[in-house]
Ligand binder design. Structure first.
Ligand code: XBP
Ligand code: MG
Length: 234
């Protein structure tokens, strides 16, 4: 029986990457005196490096401008997080169309809601509260709560542990191939809701792939239950 749905955040609850995180990274580069700005396509490629700090460190190394200790990436990421927190506080990010309806339907059906993300705790919690309501997500596990980021399964295993559920009791909702690898490695049936950055990725191993929550057959609680049931009985 489906007891909980565990949602990824970036790209899944909200389309945060291209016009949210990316400008915050670029503004942080400028503040730290770097002549560097990620354009939308380049940023799409860099998304395969999970975790903002790792993403910065990877690109600085590739450009030969990294310091030996990696402290520059840490400092830039701290600034980026401040900037992104301001975006969240200003209410500039909205839930993906159809998400609010899905969350309400899950709760009406008594299905618990949780969050498992690579993002930083400082902005994840306020953003999740803003997007789906404070207290709606019973468990929120962030990139700061784990030692290995996605595609490692740790963040999903931790969410299951905090929910006191087995993988077969829950369903993951993800937007990306990296997220799918993480959720599948934790043993979870996984629904993909694609976005502009991820629509052409390989989702082999997903239980279902949707172009949106409200595009095509609506992703509501009964569809989640059906996908989950089919996964575990086929
Ligand atoms: C997406 C990520 C994050 C964000 C940036 O995570 O990989 O790194 O791009 O956030 P998910 P931070 O899809 O798992 O939510 O700068 O806080 O890492
Ligand atoms: Mg994501």
């Amino acid at each position: 029986m489906l007891e909980a749905v565990i949602f990824d955040v970036d790209g899944t609850l909200s389309d945060t990457e291209r016009d949210g995180h990316r400008p915050a990274f670029n503004e942080a580069f400028a503040i730290h005196g770097l002549d560097l700005a990620w354009d939308a396509d380049e940023y799409g490629e860099l998304l395969k490096i999970t975790g903002g700090c790792h993403r910065i460190a990877h690109d600085l190394r590739a450009r030969g401008i990294a310091d030996a200790t990696g402290q520059l990436a840490v400092a830039i990421h701290r600034t980026k997080t401040d900037l992104f927190c301001s975006q969240v506080a200003d209410g500039r990010l909205s839930p993906r169309p159809g998400l609010v309806e899905l969350i309400a339907d899950l709760r009406n059906c008594g299905i618990r809601v949780a969050v498992a993300t690579t993002g930083s705790r400082r902005w994840v919690r306020p953003l999740v509260h803003q997007l789906i309501g404070e207290g709606t997500a019973e468990v929120i596990v962030t990139g700061d709560d784990v030692s290995q980021l996605k595609p490692d399964p740790e963040v999903y295993l931790r969410a299951l542990d905090e929910l006191c559920l087995r993988p077969e009791d829950a369903l993951a909702v993800e937007d990306s191939a990296v997220g799918l690898r993480s959720a599948r490695a934790a043993g979870l049936a996984t629904v993909i809701v694609t976005n502009g950055y991820t629509k052409d990725q390989d989702f082999d191993g997903a239980a279902a792939v949707h172009p949106g929550y409200d595009t095509g057959p609506a992703l509501l609680a009964d569809r989640c239950q059906q996908i989950h049931h089919n996964w575990w009985t086929s």
